[in-house]
Design a protein around this ligand. Structure first.
Ligand SMILES: NC(=O)c1ccc[n+]([C@@H]2O[C@H](COP(=O)([O-])OP(=O)(O)OC[C@H]3O[C@@H](n4cnc5c(N)ncnc54)[C@H](OP(=O)(O)O)[C@@H]3O)[C@@H](O)[C@H]2O)c1
Length: 310
């Protein structure tokens, strides 16, 4: 198939490109410098010229809580523009399939866990990333409207849980939980520190999927597109406490100090686990254990930091 991938330089996109299954397809993945997806005319022209069999939309303005709070306008407008432009350009070029990537931020912040797909748009969103989430919800609904109103076009959305893995961001200013833990524990080992501090009591629960597994399910969806529900969570089916992520990372890194908790620090939501019922019915399960995923990510971190020193 001729596959047009957006966000090919990002964590998700790079894993999609590097997956073994990518070699079976003709991949076109322009970087943001070659194609700015917020530029409507350029996006329409590129997709019309390429005429792909499928678009995988994995580009986005992605960031942590601080970045979202600091710039809600940017997170709403850029993600909305990218989503609208990509989906409408695909429709205009009569591209039969779009696989759009959403986010678990699309769920109401008070929704019960595990988060089922039908709960989207049933309540208020988490205020700290509302702009980003609104853009994700709108793009997903647009995919749905196009599928319902245009014969022969089928546009679907995957909602991945949190991700970690190769090509993650390890810079403490922008990193998410798992790469931040890896860096902290690695530095404690290097400096010979006996303790590592965890914000809060460490009992909040989080679900993280290895990015290589997300790439695998994306290819499974590309290849069995008709079997994919119009909206489908992608998760590992279980969550771990923050303490468990730290303990697993310490074992992988080989650091045997103690964790101390600063309970005056904020911890965020108590739990965020997506339901994997639809994913299980679709017939896919992730294969990377937390230990293996952390080991691969740590190896990647060491390689990246070594490269930066050279
Ligand atoms: N990371 C997670 O934990 C997670 C979890 C759930 C869902 N997702 C979703 O998965 C998708 C990819 O996330 P990621 O983690 O791979 O993010 P990422 O590493 O930050 O990558 C974002 C990608 O989007 C591209 N991009 C940004 N603005 C663009 C623009 N104006 N025009 C063209 N391309 C642009 C970036 O290109 P440049 O590098 O050239 O700027 C980069 O390739 C996003 O939709 C995100 O919401 C991610």
């Amino acid at each position: 198939m001729k596959v047009f991938l957006t966000g090919g330089s990002g964590m998700v996109g790079r894993n999609v490109i590097e997956a073994a299954r990518a070699a079976q397809h003709d991949m076109i993945a322009p970087g943001s410098r070659d194609l700015d997806l917020t530029d409507r005319a350029a996006t329409f022209a590129a997709i019309a010229e390429i005429q792909p069999d499928i678009v995988i939309h994995a580009a986005g303005r992605v960031g942590g809580i601080q970045a979202n709070i600091a710039n809600p306008v940017g997170f709403l407008v850029d993600n909305l523009d990218m989503g609208m432009n990509v989906v409408l350009a695909a429709r205009a070029a009569n591209v039969p399939r779009v696989l759009n990537l959403g986010s678990s931020c699309m769920y109401p912040h008070a929704a019960p866990n595990p988060l089922k797909e039908e709960l989207v748009l049933t309540g208020a969103l988490e205020p700290t990333n509302e702009g980003y989430a609104l853009a994700k919800v709108a793009t997903s609904r647009l995919c749905d409207y196009v599928s319902r109103s245009e014969q022969g076009l089928s546009y679907k959305t995957l909602i991945p849980c949190n991700l970690y893995g190769l090509h993650d961001k390890f810079d403490p200013n922008v990193s998410h939980l798992v790469p931040a833990i890896i860096r902290k524990v690695h530095e404690a080992k290097q400096n010979g520190d006996g303790t590592v501090e965890i914000w809060g009591d460490g009992l909040a629960r989080r679900e993280f999927m290895f990015s290589g597994d997300l790439a695998d399910v994306i290819w499974e969806c590309v290849e069995r597109f008709d079997d994919v529900p119009s909206l489908m969570n992608v998760g590992i089916g279980r969550d771990y406490t923050i303490n468990e992520y730290y303990q697993a990372a310490a074992e992988v890194i080989g650091w045997s100090g103690e964790f101390v908790h600063d309970v005056t620090k904020p911890v965020g939501m108590k739990q965020k686990l997506v339901s994997n019922e639809r994913l299980t019915s679709f017939g896919w399960t992730p294969e990377t254990s937390l230990k293996d995923g952390l080991a691969k990510t740590y190896e990647h971190f060491l390689a990246v930091t070594k490269q930066q020193r050279v």
